[in-house]
Structures are given as structure tokens and as C-alpha cells.
Design a protein around this ligand. Sequence first.
Ligand SMILES: [Mg+2]
Length: 260
Amino acid sequence: MILIKKNETLKVASVFTVKLLPKDIQQLALFLDVDGTLYEIENSPNLIKPCFKLQKKLQTIRNRLGGALALISGRSLDDLDRIFENDKISVAGNHGAQLRDTLRLKEYQAESGKIKGIAYKISELLNGQKNIEIENKGSNLTVHFRNSTIDRKEINKIMFEIVKYEPKLILLEGKEVLEVKPLSHNKGTAISYYMKTKPFIKRRPIFIGDDISDEDGFETVNKIGGWSVRVGNYKRSKANFFLPNVKSVHEIMEQLLKSR
Ligand SMILES: [Mg+2]
């Protein structure tokens, strides 16, 4: 039995489905996270390889949407280029700190010296811990510990202590990763940026993502009347729709391709 207190509403997200007419396609902008959304999460981020079929599918969707497709990821632009081998799709890397569309590249002025210092500190503090990957991405830093036996609370504490005195940086908790990132940029600011530029402007945004770092994006999309979709099992989300898994994201993409 579910008890609902007075003035409290129970929000239940619905499964995301699309039934669109060709004219509706002209009104849409699609934003997609990468890991856990387009790709299943792997043990190490390097295990994600380029997939020609997926690249082709994204290009077709991009063309169908008149260019209004962007990938919004925590990976760096270099890494995204390695996976997607296509600079025609708009891409936001490092959780919105790097932005690229067909016309320009905008990069947050990274505090790379500070990030380097933090990377050094963490590797010293975690000395001896096996299977922890520290990835310095210039403006951001990711610590991957999926394959490590380290106490999750302990690593959270270590990272929090390092970042808490940095006013321009914030610690973000993801799925078996911790990210140190600029406070001023996130997936929501990336989506806002695209929505102010052609060809995204005046379209209805859809954002599909699977992790805590996608919540800023959901919030942004909700504010402008878009559809926010969270993938997988989650306890709390600002998303107003959900999809059960990566496979179902691909099914939605197939439906978009069929809408003609
Ligand atoms: Mg993800």
C-alpha cells in the first residue's frame, strides 16, 4: 500500500514512446547521452568501440531532423571523435565543458593546472589500490573504479575532501565513477546552448540519458516543454519518461527512422 501524505503528489514516469508524423519530425531536436544510453556500460571506457551501424543510424536521424541531433556526454571530445568518427554531428563533451556544432567549437577555459594537481593528489592517496583508472580530461577529471574492490564510501570521502575547497569545481557521482568538473558547466547548460542556436532553435527537445549527470539536462528540457527520458532502474529522477534499457533506446531510434 502506498500512503500519500496531504499535498504530496506521487509522480510516476511513463514509458517513452513516439508516434510521429513527418511534420512532427521537423519540430524535434534530439539530445543523446552515450554510455548507458547508446552503448551498454563496459568495464572500462576504452572498451567502447566505433560501431559503423550506429554511426550510420545517427547520421540518418540527424539528416531527418535537419541537423538537430547532439550527443551530450561525459567523455572528452577526442574520445567521442574516436568512437563516432564523425564531426558532422553536434557533440558536447566533458559534461558540457566542451561544445561543438557544425560551425564552431566552444571550450570552457579549463583550470587544467588545478585538475592536474588533483589527479596527482588522488593517485598519491589511492596508491596501492588496484584497478582504479584516473582520467585527466583537461577541464574535468574522472576516476573510474568499476573494477576495483575499494570501499565506495571511502573513495567518495577522499574525493570530496579534495574538491571541497575548490570554489569553481564540483564533485559528481556517476555509475561507478566520480567526476570532478567545472561548476559552471553541465549537460543542462550544453542543451540550453544548442537550443539557442540553429538548427535546434524553436524545436521541442528530447533528451535521453541514464545517470545522475543527466539530471541537469532533464531539468533544462522540462523547463522548455521538452521530453526528458531516463534509461534503466532509478529511484529518483526529474525525467518525465523512462525507457528500461539501451535496447529500448535503439528501438526509439528505429521508430524515428520509420516516421516518414
Ligand atoms: Mg550515461
